[in-house]
Design a protein around this ligand. Structure first.
Ligand code: IDC
Length: 333
């Protein structure tokens, strides 16, 4: 009797130890960076330290002047653990209200970027420092400020292989590819001097939609350069999908550094059919993608419902319709 009980107790103890080992293993699951390390560009793909194609997927902040509170480690951890995100884009407007060059506090904005980079880095995620031009149209408008900014950022993050640099969110207003190319050719060497291996993301004409232009005339002489295509599924359909597909087929590394499934105003109705077609294309070529935007602003592209105040740990019911769809997409559902 006694012996039987001892055997039972021992069996139970072994089961408990076993369970806790399983639990600690899953909480210690390797981070994206631990698994994939330094990324680089090979042909049209981003590859990891072992040369295997690696799909970056994640979320962009809203403008960090307006929604700085979402730049926090717990939020990024929720996105990593629950959504399976591995990258965060830190969007810093240059000319919109309270932007870096339009009345925003530069020190505060740089601190917010730093908080975001540090949070992502410590979670083993990648991050993007995004010079978010928009109403300024042509990146050359503020080229000298951009040079100073990227010199500072790339020096600060010179030894951080988890940081990517986005040179100009969305050139528009008639800005040509040759305008953008000449701008990029001045900024790239500044970054390269400090961070020789960092992936650099270059915008394309017409709000980062004309990937056919760099496909025909890529930037030469530098490794690890990728080109943006941005889409809003209710506005951009087969035409843009076909353009992306032929650019990728021709060997261009295309990076979807911003998208949503509503219209191009960042609001309006969701187009689920077009969203599904984009998802299919993205998954077919394992394109890197980053969804706009991490906030509870009352607009369709905001990932969090507007009445939800939590800044992390969101339950499914606290996500907007867009947030639910995008989080499922990232989880491969
Ligand atoms: C939008 C925001 C909106 C903000 C506006 C400022 O969603 O809240 O008031 O910018 O002009 C982009 C831009 C991105 C836009 C987004 C939606 O990169 O900054 O954000 N969009 O309009 N390109 C296409 C769509």
């Amino acid at each position: 009797m006694l012996r039987k009980n001892i055997v039972k107790i021992m069996a139970a103890a072994i089961a408990v130890v076993g369970l806790s080992l399983v639990a600690s293993n899953s909480s210690m699951a390797a981070t994206p960076y631990a698994k994939h390390g330094q990324l680089s560009v090979k042909g049209s793909k981003i590859v990891d330290k072992s040369g295997k194609t690696f799909q970056l997927k994640g979320v962009s902040t809203h403008g960090i002047s307006w929604f700085p509170d979402y730049v926090n480690k717990k939020a990024f951890k929720t996105l990593r653990n629950k959504w399976k995100a591995n990258i965060i884009r830190l969007a810093m407007y240059t000319e919109e209200y309270n932007g870096y060059l339009s009345g925003g506090n530069k020190d505060d904005l740089e601190k917010t970027i730093d908080k975001g980079v540090k949070a992502a880095t410590s979670l083993g995620m990648y991050s993007i420092v995004d010079w978010h031009i928009l109403s300024d149209g042509n990146p050359n408008t503020h080229k000298s400020e951009a040079k100073t900014f990227f010199e500072k950022m790339s020096k600060k993050y010179a030894n951080n292989p988890q940081v990517l640099y986005e040179l100009c969110n969305e050139p528009n207003g008639g800005t040509t590819w040759s305008n953008i190319k000449s701008y990029a050719e001045e900024i790239i060497p500044i970054i390269r001097k400090n961070a020789p291996k960092a992936i650099i993301i270059v915008g394309t004409p017409t709000w980062s939609q004309e990937v056919d232009k760099p496909a025909a005339d890529p930037i030469k002489g530098y490794d690890n350069i990728v080109y943006t295509c941005h889409f809003y599924a209710a506005t951009h359909k087969d035409d843009l999908r076909n353009r992306v597909e032929s650019a990728v087929k021709s060997g261009l590394p295309v990076f979807i550094s911003e998208f949503s499934i509503c219209d191009a105003s960042g609001n309006g109705a969701i187009d689920y059919a077009s969203a599904k077609a984009w998802k299919k294309l993205i998954n077919k070529y394992k394109l890197p993608y980053v969804a706009w935007n991490l906030s509870n602003k009352n607009e369709a592209s905001a990932l969090i419902k507007s009445n939800v105040k939590s800044l992390s740990g969101w339950k499914k019911s606290q996500l907007s319709a867009t947030g639910k769809w995008i989080s499922k997409m990232m989880q491969g559902k």
